[in-house]
Design a protein around this ligand. Structure first.
Ligand code: NAD
Length: 357
């Protein structure tokens, strides 16, 4: 029996999580496995209920599960709250509480969606790389932070980027290990020409590389990498980078595939794992059954592989997604004339119906 904790969260998080759960239940049925699912509130809904974005009990529930699935949190309703109780705080607390330091964001072009990319077909056809983002360090977690008054007038906002040798070492090792199972190339992304934290990052990645002589390593500055992702994305295999750079580069990469609604993620630590679509709560389309659930569904595929080592189930989900797209079904974000427009829940039903052992 596999114990899964599901946090639907806010906005379209709720709608796409429903589809993810539908897929988990279908997998259970088809493969005769028992997936026990516990749902709980985090994010804006938790602020409304308890006054905090995540309670200690909810974190314990997550820590006691075999895998955690999260929809998305946040929305304009909570934007004016103090940053200590904003819904997005739950994301940071959950990632830290589960100690999931390695965030995997695979960027893969589905052949039937090549026409949806804003880039030319010859640039995006065959794109297949992995962004490995450090998730529980860097500027999002630096202790020295806040907004302070400046004597004499005005204020200053402060955040600090801190990386230790140990933090860089463990994510670099993961990058080389994933590259070993792929095309054996790692691109480490930093801003070592300006930032001391990046200089340490580059040194540690270079040191760790000595244990992986079979893997090619290159270093790129983040501004150059942002440009290369548009110019020639097929040059990349595994990109390893800091928390903030990974956050930004993965949204940019999402657009290669046509929509952020297509990108899944897995966040792995030594003892826990968290799976979530890369997108946010999409307040502009929330409550309309319009969101693309494929990122959430592919996050379930990653859960089957990384938490449960059920590769056959991963492949079954990926095949079902591919087939649904090849049959011409599209949610609004990936719609093109001549295709069959479907809602979020219809897309979930279609993918579920195509899951076969
Ligand atoms: P967003 O990802 O929610 O939306 C950006 C754009 O992409 C919107 O136009 C939206 O409609 C579209 N979009 C996103 N997901 C989609 C999907 N599955 N199908 C179709 N279209 C989709 O980013 P944002 O607007 O910057 O943030 C909205 C809220 O979400 C904010 O409160 C933000 O803090 C939060 N957020 C949460 C997470 C998370 O929970 N992991 C991540 C990013 C942003």
């Amino acid at each position: 029996m596999y114990k899964i904790c599901v946090f639907p969260g806010d906005g379209i998080g709720v709608e796409v999580s429903e589809q993810a759960v539908k897929i988990i239940r279908k997998l259970g049925e088809v493969y005769h496995l028992v997936f026990e699912i516990d749902e709980a509130l985090i994010g804006g809904v938790a602020v409304d209920r308890w006054g905090v974005p995540m309670t200690p009990e909810v974190l314990k529930l997550a820590q006691g599960s075999d895998a955690v699935f999260l929809g998305a949190v946040g929305g304009p309703k909570w934007d004016s709250l103090d940053s200590s109780i904003r819904p997005e705080r739950a994301l940071l607390e959950l990632r830290k509480g589960l100690q999931v330091f390695a965030n995997l964001r695979p960027v893969r072009m589905f052949p039937s969606l090549v026409g949806n990319s804003p880039l030319k077909e010859e640039i995006v056809r065959g794109v297949d790389f992995l962004i490995l983002r450090e998730l529980i360090g860097g500027i999002y977690f630096g202790d020295m932070r806040g907004i302070e008054d400046i004597p004499g007038g005005g204020q200053k906002g402060i955040n600090t980027e801190v990386y230790t040798t140990g933090e860089v070492d463990r994510i670099a090792r993961k990058a080389f290990e994933f590259a070993r199972r792929r095309k054996k190339k790692v691109t480490s992304v930093d801003k070592a020409n300006i930032l001391e934290s990046s200089q340490l990052w580059r040194k540690v990645v270079t040191d760790v590389h000595r244990s992986y002589p079979d893997i090619q390593l290159e270093h790129r500055y983040v501004d150059d990498c942002a440009m290369q992702l548009i110019r020639d994305p097929k040059q990349f295999d595994v990109i390893v980078t800091t928390n903030m750079f990974g956050d930004i580069l993965s949204d940019e990469s999402a657009m290669l595939t046509g929509s952020i609604g297509m990108l899944p993620s897995a966040s792995l630590g030594d003892h826990h794992a968290l799976y979530e679509p890369v997108h946010g709560s999409a307040p502009d389309i929330a409550g309309q059954n319009k969101g693309n659930p494929i990122a959430a569904i592919l996050s379930v595929a990653m859960m089957m592989e990384y938490s449960f080592h059920l590769l056959e189930l991963t492949q079954a989900v990926e095949r079902a997604v591919e087939q649904t797209l090849a049959d011409g079904y599209r949610t609004a974000d990936i719609y093109q004339p001549g295709m069959c427009a479907v809602s979020c829940s219809e897309m979930g039903d279609l993918v579920a119906s195509k899951i076969k052992a």
